[in-house]
Design a protein around this ligand. Structure first.
Ligand code: IPM
Ligand code: MG
Length: 351
């Protein structure tokens, strides 16, 4: 038995519901892979603000830094919404983890299953064959630049260094190498200086990977092309804010944001894994949330941080098979609830 430590941060809203269903499924495949996972549950987000007055305590950050992986549900909700800069916000916990663990590359794969092609708001012929990966820079740019208020004005600054661009670009080219060997770098180089540096550095990194085809796309055009010709994209690499927006847009190609996993990786093997959807406070506690995005995030965790790629494949196959057999949550217009989907997955995995 190999032993690993995972910090679990269920968070707020539907977070705890989707996390507990996912852990059930992970336990089945981990056992078969001879992997013993110690789950250490901690507070992060709004639930931590309620208890400790801050979204992420130093103790929880230290536990995450010392872990093999962090498994996160979702954070946030109207209870903690505020525009007062002196008040704590749940999202600060997530941003603190990203920077505290130096998770500079966020990977969001988008691959709609054929069974779901009609669930997408896009026509079948547009989405057929789509299989793309958004690689979003996660610890720089406007999210972490100087910001503040000055009388009646407010400012946020977007700064990027060569090194920050280079390391995330390397992740994108390495990923493309195992895929269709195409990278689309998204920027706003016709207006922003940080984007001109981005384009310059990505071009340099691209020159070191001559087997990969590189194209540069302006972000407004990229937003349009994602809808117009999603299947043309392979790896999309972009800065933090553009990646935030484009990855939600790309998620809708699958018909539901309830199916999208993500992995946030740094220099080591420890990473943070979370569904792309948020805490969905409107349906929290109703048992309606689709745990599939979280199960798929657990698959990424098994593959990238816990060294159990076969277990990861099994989880992904179970989700695909369940969907092919009509196990659709409400997010897809189906009727199954959180535990029912969990039951279906566990039944498939236990065979
Ligand atoms: C995401 C989320 C976060 C972000 C929020 C919750 C801070 O939208 O992970 O995409 O903007 O990065
Ligand atoms: Mg987002």
């Amino acid at each position: 038995m190999r032993e690993v430590n995972v910090v679990v941060l269920p968070g707020d809203g539907i977070g705890p519901e989707v996390i507990s269903e996912s852990i059930r499924a992970v336990e089945i495949v981990a056992k078969d892979a001879d992997l013993s996972i110690t789950w250490r549950e901690e507070l992060m987000g709004g639930c931590s603000i309620d208890v400790h007055g801050t979204a992420l305590t130093d103790e929880v950050l230290a536990a995450c830094q010392a872990s093999d992986a962090v498994f996160l549900g979702a954070v946030g909700g109207p209870k903690w919404d505020t525009t007062d800069p002196s008040k704590p916000r749940p999202e600060q916990g997530l941003l603190g983890l990203r920077s505290g663990m130096q998770l500079f590359a966020n990977l969001r794969p988008v691959k709609p299953l054929e069974a779901l092609w009609d669930a997408s708001p896009l026509r079948r012929d547009r989405i057929a064959g789509t299989d793309l990966l958004v690689v979003r820079e996660l610890t720089g740019g406007i999210y972490f630049g100087a910001s503040g208020r000055d009388g009646d004005s407010a400012f946020d600054t977007c700064t990027y260094s060569r090194a920050e661009i280079e390391r995330v670009a390397e992740v994108a080219f390495a990923a493309a190498n195992g895929r269709r060997k195409k990278v689309a770098s998204v920027d706003k180089a016709n207006v922003l200086e940080s984007s001109r540096l981005w384009r310059e550095v990505v071009t340099e990194v691209g020159a070191r990977h001559p087997e990969i085809e590189l194209e540069h796309i302006l972000v407004d055009n990229a937003a349009m092309q994602l809808i117009n010709r999603p299947s043309d994209f392979d790896v999309i690499v972009t800065e933090n804010l553009f990646g935030d927006i484009l990855s939600d847009e790309a998620a809708m190609i699958t018909g539901s944001i309830g199916l999208l996993p993500s992995a946030s990786l740094g220099t080591g093997v420890a990473g943070l894994y979370e569904p792309v959807h948020g805490s969905a406070p409107d349906i929290a506690g109703k048992g309606w949330a689709n745990p599939m995005a979280t199960v798929l995030s657990a698959a990424l965790m098994l593959r990238y941080s816990l060294g159990a790629p076969e277990a990861a494949d099994r989880l992904e196959n179970a989700v695909a098979e369940a969907l092919n057999h009509g196990a659709w949550g409400r997010d897809l217009g189906g009727e199954l609830g959180t535990t029912e989907i969990g039951d279906r997955l566990c039944a498939l995995l236990a065979r």
